[in-house]
Design a protein around this ligand. Structure first.
Ligand code: FES
Length: 155
């Protein structure tokens, strides 16, 4: 990590009574710099917190918003939680992955799109919904997917 990211993480730690409480925002800072969180970055973060790398890895692998592998230019989170599932998110995910010729969790071979299955994204009133490049879209139908991908690609 860059020195400024390391310093920002150390400054974050001072905002909390327990420095470990700053772990999630610290991981966001590291990911913003690097684009994802490979093991060596997780190790660096662990060292800054004085904890074991596997403790950092447990957090990274628990949350959908952290990535251990490089991600595509456009990131699509597909909510698979209850409200979205009841309104057809499984079928939407299937169709989206079919169009992109990938499986959930994968990145297209041209590096343009990554599709991540997610837990509730707090927009249940828009079910079935997705987060496309951090923008909430929904309720969606299969017929919206071509336009959605085209729009994301031109963003
Ligand atoms: S269940 Fe999909 S946004 Fe809440």
């Amino acid at each position: 990590m860059k020195q400024e990211t390391r310093e920002a993480i150390l400054a974050l730690q001072k905002l909390y009574p327990e420095k470990r409480s700053a772990l999630i925002p610290a991981l966001h800072l590291a990911q913003n710099e690097v684009g994802y969180l490979p093991q060596e970055i997780q190790n660096e973060v662990a060292a800054l917190f004085g904890i074991e790398p596997n403790e950092v890895n447990a957090v990274v692998t628990f949350y959908d918003m952290f990535y251990e592998k490089p991600i595509g230019k456009h990131l699509i989170h597909v909510c698979k939680n209850l409200s979205c599932m009841l309104r057809g998110s499984d079928q939407l995910m299937g169709k989206l992955c079919q169009k992109l010729q990938i499986k959930p969790g994968e990145t297209t071979s041209d590096g343009r799109f990554t599709v991540i299955p997610s837990e509730c994204l707090a927009a249940c009133d828009r079910a079935p919904m997705m987060l496309v490049n951090e923008k909430v879209v929904g309720p969606l139908q299969e017929s919206d997917l071509d336009h959605l991908l085209k729009e994301a690609d031109h963003a």
